[in-house]
Design a binder for this molecule. Structure first.
Ligand SMILES: Cc1cc2nc3c(=O)[nH]c(=O)nc-3n(C[C@H](O)[C@H](O)[C@H](O)COP(=O)(O)OP(=O)(O)OC[C@H]3O[C@@H](n4cnc5c(N)ncnc54)[C@H](O)[C@@H]3O)c2cc1C
Length: 300
């Protein structure tokens, strides 16, 4: 069977697209490996009508609703490769199977590259966080830290005092001299020492242990990790990709079409600002564009 659309990634972007396409009575196959980026957190914030909901619960509900339509197939397999074949696309799966479709939506998300500091990985999404709009309110007026990871970290450090008293951990690195005055004006304390590890019960944070054994009390540490695509399918298809400050971005037009005919992309892989709301909106936009291209033919 040839599907109208194959969607690689069945999370916020992919399932939003699937819902619109099946409501337009199109045949859709969603491939998914069930590793949404925010699976590390218990509560996702900032979504319309779902502030504080568990992300895996939200996705399970959405998948149930999407599965209720008659023209959808779910295949819980990793896509490993995609190529153009004739007037369609063929996607190869990890189990050796191959599926074909008229259109392809890339919604496979990104993978964060966490810093190699003991205690970070197990606290990621709990007390080691990246986005103040997603998780900052819960740490209002607590002792907050920002880890120096890239040129963006200094800017992050000057924003975070909106939520509480902030220390910028240089972790043995340098500070951009242009930021000195900004940080001082915002009341940010700069700590130059290298971080040896994080301290605290379970996934809570109570202190940062610095080189030499000194401990500085802290309740939340902000990091701005770099990232990579979950899979290199966009590159191999020939999609235009730009290097953003923290990782790659698939270039799309306002309808989420890539430069490769019949290939669309949505969600975190297509933007610098990453939220569930943006990913869902991207999925809807891509679905509308895919549907119109199936009805009226592809835009030349
Ligand atoms: C710790 C943390 C907390 C966050 N908290 C919030 C928050 O509170 N509020 C908010 O709005 N945003 C939050 N975000 C951001 C949010 O997680 C992302 O913006 C959102 O998940 C992006 O959705 P997506 O569909 O693009 O990608 P993802 O949700 O990452 O989904 C990609 C899907 O594709 C699948 N996949 C990957 N490779 C393949 C393959 N080869 N074949 C098949 N399937 C594949 C994955 O398994 C996954 O299911 C948070 C992010 C992190 C890291």
């Amino acid at each position: 069977m040839r599907y109208d659309a194959i969607i690689i990634g069945g999370s916020f972007a992919g399932l939003s697209a699937a819902l619109y396409l099946e409501r337009a009575r199109r045949t859709v196959c969603v491939l998914d490996t069930a590793k949404p980026r925010n699976r590390f957190t218990d509560a996702s914030h900032g979504q319309f009508g779902h502030d504080g909901s568990n992300p895996l619960t939200m996705l399970a509900t959405m998948r149930e609703q999407v599965a209720a339509y008659p023209t959808i197939d779910f295949v819980d397999q990793a896509a490993v490769h995609a190529v153009r074949e004739g007037d369609g696309l063929t996607v190869s799966l990890a189990n050796g199977a191959a599926l074909s479709s008229a259109r392809l939506l890339l919604a496979f998300g990104i993978v964060d590259q966490l810093p190699d500091i003991p205690g970070v990985a197990e606290r990621w999404g709990h007390s080691v966080i990246h986005c103040p709009y997603c998780h900052g309110y819960e740490f209002s007026d607590k002792r907050l830290g920002v880890l120096n990871m890239s040129t963006l970290s200094g800017h992050q450090a000057s924003l975070i005092p909106e939520w509480g008293p902030t220390t910028f951990f240089l972790n043995g690195g340098m500070i951009d001299p242009n930021l000195d005055a900004d940080l001082a004006r915002r009341g940010v304390v700069v700590e130059p020492a290298r971080i040896e590890g994080l301290v605290g019960e379970g996934n809570h944070l109570s202190a940062v242990r610095l080189a030499g054994g000194r401990e500085l009390p802290l309740e939340a540490l902000y990091i701005g990790p770099s990232y990579r695509f979950s899979i290199n399918i966009a590159e191999r298809l020939g999609c235009a990709i730009e290097t953003g400050p923290l990782g790659p971005i698939v270039m799309v037009d306002e309808m989420k079409a890539t430069n490769v005919a019949d290939v669309y992309a949505a969600g975190d892989i297509t933007r610098m600002g990453h939220t569930v709301t943006f990913a869902c909106g991207d999925g809807v936009m891509a679905a509308l564009a895919i549907h119109r291209s199936l009805v009226f033919g592809r835009a030349s």
